[in-house]
Design a protein around this ligand. Structure first.
Ligand code: FAD
Length: 455
């Protein structure tokens, strides 16, 4: 006999939990409030142009996320660098290439850092101290969760320039918060993995398909094959525990009886859905403290190629990272497409200052900023300019956030939490989301077996 599970939320956490539970024989219904699966990783069509609302990357070390890609049959629709390799541009034609060697970590990055032209010799030499000191920071230590990354770096000899021109390059995009303000605990996960871990841990992966196809469509196809139900436009309004076990999941005009629930929605949506007694009231109220941090993507189409790399990072510029979206977007088949046009997306993390800036103002700022980085853009014509804004892209990964992130288990058997915001040990990322889904599924199976519902 199989048990019934409702998975609420069809982002990567919910998709992963639903797959894991369906694979172990559960009768799964995935309930997603929007008309599509994929959650924060989604795409839309703009006059035939396929646009991801936010450019995403993953790293070689994202084992759980890469496991999901493999399960979805999507690995071949992503590209993973064979060696970490990032070109960093600055206005005025200055350029650096941070490429790892084949040496074991942390030696793999040393030659590139030693040559990094945006820092003085003394600044480059100073980087070894915090890099090595990071070995002794335990991300799980509550003390690390109370410290700002910027303060910790400054105490270890990192000048303002070193923090902005080197550390920010990776911490701002990985943690979606101004580098100095990040939680040391979460920064430690990033640095330990990327700089001190295996030499291929930080190799960068990008999707070769729109995210909506890579995750949402592929997830729906696999779940259908596994016999799971997927209900779209199914916004859950309440989770009510039954007296004699199990739950009723309420929707606007329907209800679903179920043995168990995985609640895989963002923290501000999860809090009002938590049944009284599932966790202490102050724990649930505390989730509001996780807050939100925006990511803005600025999309620019040129009448000719201006960038000859798949992506670059920038410093001393409002531009942070730029990605070539020409091929993925299907531009040539769209209203905007002429052969030879190039579609670039600028990804702006920790984008509080841009979240409400009018498009025209962003155009005035970013078109000249791109021209400063890419000489070919100076003579090119911008044929299309638009902006996507994810105001609650991630939680605010600041000191104190670790203490607010809940485990998967609740105090109610058969109710588990998932989501990249839960206590995964990872930043709010695709890897964290997938890990949380796997943990919630495992937790639920264990908790149900203890109360006699067969696994
Ligand atoms: C612009 C942007 C760029 C990013 N870049 C990266 C990156 O480069 N690399 C990386 O690893 N991560 C990145 N992230 C973060 C990553 O996307 C998230 O950490 C991850 O996708 C979160 O997955 P999730 O399943 O936990 O939550 P979500 O994706 O938020 O999914 C939750 C789902 O629950 C649904 N829901 C909410 N309430 C209800 C309800 N009442 N009933 C039913 N359904 C409900 C929502 O509609 C949503 O589909 C980025 C995020 C954004 C927004």
């Amino acid at each position: 006999m199989s048990f019934k599970v409702a998975v609420i939320g069809g982002g990567l956490a919910g998709i992963t939990a639903a797959i894991a539970l369906a694979e172990s024989g559960a009768d799964v219904t995935l309930l997603e409030g929007r008309p599509r699966l994929g959650g924060a990783t989604c795409s839309f069509s703009r006059d035939g142009l396929t646009v991801d609302t936010g450019q995403h990357v993953f790293l070689g070390c994202c084992s759980a996320y890469r496991g999901l890609l493999a399960r979805l049959g999507m690995t071949e629709h992503t590209t993973l660098q064979d060696r970490f390799d990032v070109t960093v541009l600055a206005p005025g034609g200055k350029k650096a290439r941070l490429r790892r060697t084949a040496l074991p970590g942390p030696l793999h990055m040393l030659p590139a850092l030693g040559r990094y032209p945006f820092l003085s010799l003394a600044e480059r030499a100073s980087v070894a101290r915090p890099a090595l000191a990071m070995r002794f920071v335990d991300p799980a230590d509550p003390a690390a969760d109370t410290q700002r990354f910027g303060d910790w770096l400054a105490q270890r000899g990192q000048s303002e320039r070193t923090r902005r021109a080197l550390w920010d390059l990776f911490s701002v995009s990985a943690l979606n918060i101004a580098g100095d303000d990040a939680s040391l605990a979460l920064a430690a996960v990033v640095v330990k993995t990327g700089l001190l871990g295996k030499n291929n841990a930080a190799d960068i992966g990008v999707a070769a398909l729109p995210l909506g196809e890579l995750h949402g469509d592929a997830g729906a196809t696999l779940l259908a094959k596994l016999g799971a139900q997927v209900a779209l436009n199914a916004k859950v309004t309440a989770i009510e525990p039954n007296q004699d076990g199990g739950y009723r999941v309420r929707l606007a005009d329907d209800e679903l009886p179920t043995d168990a629930v995985v609640l895989a929605v963002p923290h501000e949506k999860a809090a009002p859905l938590m049944p009284p007694g599932a966790l202490p009231d102050e724990t649930v109220a505390g989730w509001a403290g996780l807050g939100a941090s925006p990511i803005v993507n600025v999309h620019v189409i040129y009448d000719r190629p201006v960038m000859d790399l798949p992506f670059v990072a920038a410093i001393d510029s409002p531009v942070q990272w730029v990605f070539d979206r020409t091929k993925i977007s299907g531009i040539s088949a769209s209203k905007h497409g002429r052969p030879g046009h190039q579609y670039l997306a600028i990804s702006l993390s920790a984008a509080d200052q841009y979240a409400d800036t009018p498009v025209a103002q962003l155009q005035e700022q970013f078109v000249p900023a791109l021209a400063e980085l890419f000489p070919a853009a100076r003579d090119a014509t911008v044929t299309e300019f638009f902006v996507t804004r994810e105001r609650r892209a991630t939680f605010r990964q600041a000191p104190g956030s670790g203490a607010l992130r809940p485990k998967a288990a609740t105090q109610m058997p058969g109710l588990a939490l998932a989501g990249a915001w839960t206590d995964t040990g990872w930043p709010d990322t695709m890897e964290g989301a997938v890990r949380s889904g796997l943990t919630a599924a495992a937790q639920l199976k264990a908790s149900l077996s203890t109360i006699g519902v067969p696994k």
